[in-house]
Each structure stands twice: as structure tokens, then as C-alpha cells.
Design a protein around this ligand. Structure first.
Ligand code: UD1
Ligand code: CA
Length: 479
């Protein structure tokens, strides 16, 4: 057999940004039965983005002027979640196969175009590959992406003609055991001339194991009819990974996370055990930051330079300045943390929590919708919700803002340099002036003026000798 893809398609340095007279169709109507999910297949996320979003980004980056997405199963949900206004949504009411899906686009195309046909479930495709594919299609009738895979699974197999172009594609369900020994696979990514391709698609018949209208059969028919379909092979086979079940999903997810982590390390971030962190694609980390094992950095989290995030911390949409230390097992969500702050271990910052420079929160401290000014310390076992805490104030162990009266939330204001005794309850709304103090164990429900001490607890009664007498009585009883 001739080895596919040896027609000089390995050249590097392709200009990705150059606009090309290209259109793309993304086939995304299938149910994805083998995922066993209520969520439409193409909305399953890999590395923080829905699969379809990855494919759309690649199509845009390759310079496609028009992008059509064929939707069917869960169409409304797909349209709502993806929210792309540069996309034309094309319905496929019944999912009768990839050929049938492509046919739905025929009536939408106004002028002849080179049509990139992509699959919503092949999310790793790189824009560079699409540019190369389109270039190859311009010097032949059409082109398609192939790869030689050690473990080709359920992917269609590509047989090359003696001249290196496509002879035919065999689907696994229809293949003989001999045909399955061929490990050259069809990635499901094509550049095809439109409207010419529709002549072949219109002729399709569902006479195969799945009783579907296979797009692959249209390509085999074109090759049979003498059309030259160039085979473009991939230097990195992982680009052709498709997602048909949850195992595939995990594999693709792993590839994307590994790429992200490797990019960060190249940019000067230390990642102590790259196989044991999750860093989603939109996360930014400044150089000389150190990420320990078991850390998840997700969403749009942004870390400055020289930060250290210890074991087991989970961050989503967290903005950290420089030199921030996050001790083990902290949870930070939609928060802002200034330079040189320290957090944790075992601290939780909920949405709207803001820490200014050098502020510190310690173990078992929860902060929500509150601003801690520069140098504030909340070191142990506290709940601070809907509060403003002034510079260098110190909140003792067990401080709690009682912010909720069962109906609405109220604010607590604590002034600069205030010293809050351990186990103080603030019954909000309430305020404590600059430099004021509260005594340990006080329930503060009235405003405290600046510089004052508020103490709210019963006077201590001391009964001399009581404990000693009690112990002695016990001893006598036991004898
Ligand atoms: C397809 C190819 C196979 C290739 C593989 C690459 C066919 C017949 N087979 O197989 O050769 O190796 O992709 O990943 O094309 N879709 C629709 N409408 C439909 C059916 C499918 O929009 O009626 C969409 C799906 O949502 C999916 C894509 O087309 O995004 C591919 O369909 P799928 O059923 O997953 O094809 P494979 O069996 O993976
Ligand atoms: Ca598939």
C-alpha cells in the first residue's frame, strides 16, 4: 500500500493570520449516544471550553469568512451556550449521518467556495493544519486530514491510491479484519470544493452497517469518479483524536491540560508535578510562581509573579497580585487578592472577597463579599461576610459577622487599626470606629465610636475555694 500524506505537506512556517477565501462547516448535530449524557455531545467541555468552541476558534484562526454549524440534537441549548454571532446555525432535524448533515448547508452557500468540513467532536485541530489543508485543496480537487495511529479504535480507515491520493475510506463497522489492520485513519477534517461536493453527497445511499448517509462514501465516490483528493498527514496524531465516549473525552482533556502546563513552564512558571495539576486554558500565571501538586487553576484566574500556590488549592476566576502565598487546601472563587497577601491553610474566599496588599487570612476563615484593607489580619476561625475592614485592623479568633437576619443581608464596618477580641459577634448593621476595641466574647449590636472599647458580657463571678472543695467531696465518695 502507498503511504498516505507524503506529498510535501510537512512544510512549516505557515501564516495563520493571513485571511483566506474559505468557509467552514462544523458538523455538530449528533447525539453522542456513547457519552450517555443529557448534555449535547459538543457542549462537553475539555480544559474549560465546550468542544464546539475549540473547533470554532480553529476555524476563525484559519481565516474562514463564513462559518456554518449544523445543529440537531439539543440545538437550542447548543446555540444558547455557544453564543457566537459570527456563525450561521443550520438545522438538521433528523440525524441521518455525516453526509446528510453536510447536505443541509448546500442551500445556504451563495458562491463557490473551498469548504472546510470539521467535526464538532474533534476539538484538537490546529489552525495551522486547516491552512495547510486548504492550500493542499487548491492544488487538487479536495483534501482531507489523515494520521497513522497506533491505536485507531473506531476511526474510519483510509486507503491510498498508488499516486498517494485517496482511493477509499472504510468505516470500522463495515470493515473486514484485514482492513482494520490498516492504521491510517480519517480525522474527519476535509477541504472540499463547493458546490461540486454536493453532487456526490446527493447520490449517497444508507447501505451500510449503520444505515447512515456517510460523508466518507461521498469522498470515495468522488475518488472513484477520478477526482484527486490529497491526503494531508499530521505530524502530531493527537490532533485527530475524536471524542465518542468519556474515555476519549478524558484523553483529549489530558492533551490540552498538558499543552497548557508545558507552555506555562516555558514562560517561567514552576510546576512541581505537571501530571497532578489542572490549569485551564484561559488561566494566566506570572513568572517565578510555583504551583504545587494537586492544585486546580480554573476559569479566568490570573496570578501575578512570584506567587506560591500550595497543595490542594482550588481557584476559579481568582485575581492574585504578585508574591501571594496560598497555603494548602484553600478554595478561592471570584476574588481579588493584592500583592504579598497570605491565605490559609484551609481558608475559603467566596465571590466578592477582596484582600488588599499584605492582608492575611488564616486557617478556617471564610470571607464573602467583603473588603479587607491593607495589612488586615484575620488569622483563625472567622466568618467575615458583607463587611469592610479598615487598614491594619486585627480580627481575633472566632470573629463572626452576623450579616443575615433571616430576610436580608446587612453590612459590618470595621475601622482602621481596630482590634477585635476573640469570639466577637457583630450583629449587622453595625460599625466600629477607627482604633476601637471589642472585648473577647462580646456581642456587638450597637455602633462603637473611634478609640472606644466595647464590652458586652456578664461580669465574672469568682467563688473562692469552690473547685478544691468539690474535688475533695468526690474523693470521699469514691472511698
Ligand atoms: C466519522 C467518520 C470517520 C472518521 C471520524 C473522525 C463518517 C461516516 N465517519 O466517524 O471516518 O474517522 O468521524 O472523528 O463520517 N453528525 C451530525 N449529524 C449526523 C451525524 C453526525 O451533525 O447525522 C456530526 C456529529 O455530531 C459529530 C460528527 O458529525 O460531531 C461526526 O459524527 P460521528 O457520528 O461522531 O462520526 P464517527 O463515527 O466518529
Ligand atoms: Ca466522532
Amino acid at each position: 500500500m502507498t503511504t498516505p500524506g507524503q506529498d510535501g505537506d510537512h512544510e512549516k512556517g505557515v501564516q495563520v493570520t493571513k485571511p483566506l477565501p474559505l468557509s467552514a462547516v462544523v458538523l455538530a448535530a449528533g447525539k453522542g449516544t456513547r457519552l450517555r449524557s443529557t448534555l449535547p455531545k459538543v457542549l462537553h467541555t475539555v480544559a474549560g471550553r465546550p468542544m464546539l468552541e475549540w473547533v470554532l476558534r480553529a476555524a476563525r484562526a484559519a481565516g474562514c469568512e463564513q462559518i456554518y454549524v449544523v445543529v440537531g440534537h439539543g440545538a437550542d441549548q447548543v446555540r444558547n451556550e455557544i453564543e457566537a454571532d459570527d456563525v450561521t446555525w443550520v438545522p438538521q432535524e433528523e440525524q441521518l449521518g455525516t453526509g446528510h448533515a453536510l447536505l443541509q448547508v448546500a442551500s445556504h452557500l451563495q458562491a463557490p467556495t473551498t469548504l472546510l468540513v470539521l467535526s464538532g467532536d474533534v476539538p484538537l485541530v490546529a489552525p495551522e493544519t486547516l491552512v495547510r489543508l486548504a492550500a493542499s485543496a487548491r492544488s487538487s480537487w479536495g483534501s482531507m486530514v489523515v494520521a497513522e495511529m497506533p491505536d485507531p479504535g473506531s476511526l474510519g480507515r483510509v486507503v491510498a491510491a498508488p499516486d498517494g491520493s485517496l482511493q477509499r475510506i472504510v468505516e470500522v463497522a463495515d470493515a473486514t479484519s484485514e482492513e482494520l489492520e490498516n492504521h491510517w485513519i480519517n480525522a474527519g477534517i476535509y477541504a472540499l470544493p463547493a458546490p461540486d461536493i454536493f453532487e456526490f453527497v446527493e447520490q449517497l445511499k444508507p447501505d451500510n452497517a449503520k444505515q447512515e448517509f456517510y460523508l466518507t462514501d461521498a469522498l470515495t465516490a468522488a475518488a472513484d469518479g477520478g477526482q484527486d483528493l490529497a491526503l494531508v498527514s499530521l505530524p502530531e496524531v493527537e490532533e485527530a483524536f475524536g471524542v465518542n465516549d468519556r474515555l476519549d473525552l478524558a484523553r483529549v482533556h489530558g492533551v490540552l491540560l498538558r499543552r497548557k502546563v508545558e507552555a506555562l513552564m516555558r514562560e517561567g512558571v514552576s510546576i512541581l508535578d505537571p501530571s497532578r495539576v489542572v490549569v485551564e486554558v484561559d488561566v494566566e500565571v506570572g513568572r517565578d510562581s510555583v504551583i504545587h501538586p494537586g492544585v486546580s487553576l480554573t476559569g479566568r484566574s490570573r496570578l501575578g509573579e512570584g506567587c506560591t500556590v500550595h497543595q490542594g488549592a482550588w481557584l476559579r476566576d481568582a485575581q492574585l497580585g504578585d508574591q501571594v502565598v496560598v497555603e494548602p487546601y484553600c478554595v478561592l472563587e471570584e476574588v481579588e487578592v493584592g500583592n504579598a497577601c497570605r491565605i490559609g491553610p484551609f481558608a475559603r474566599m467566596r465571590p466578592g472577597a477582596v484582600m488588599k496588599e499584605r492582608a492575611k487570612i488564616g486557617n478556617f476563615v471564610e470571607i464573602k463579599n467583603s473588603v479587607l484593607a491593607q495589612g488586615v489580619k484575620v488569622n483563625h476561625l472567622a466568618y467575615v461576610g458583607d463587611a469592610t475592614v479598615g487598614e491594619n485592623a486585627n480580627l481575633g479568633a472566632g470573629t463572626i459577622t452576623c450579616n443575615y437576619d433571616g430576610v436580608s443581608k446587612h453590612r459590618t464596618e470595621i475601622g482602621k487599626g481596630a482590634f477585635v477580641g476573640s469570639d466577637t459577634m457583630f450583629v449587622a448593621p453595625v460599625s466600629v470606629g477607627d482604633g476601637a476595641m471589642t472585648a473577647a466574647g462580646s456581642v456587638i449590636s450597637k455602633d462603637v465610636p473611634p478609640g472606644a472599647l466595647a464590652i458586652e458580657r456578664c461580669e465574672q463571678k469568682t467563688v473562692l475555694g469552690y473547685a478544691k472543695r468539690k474535688l475533695e467531696r468526690r474523693k470521699i465518695r469514691k472511698q
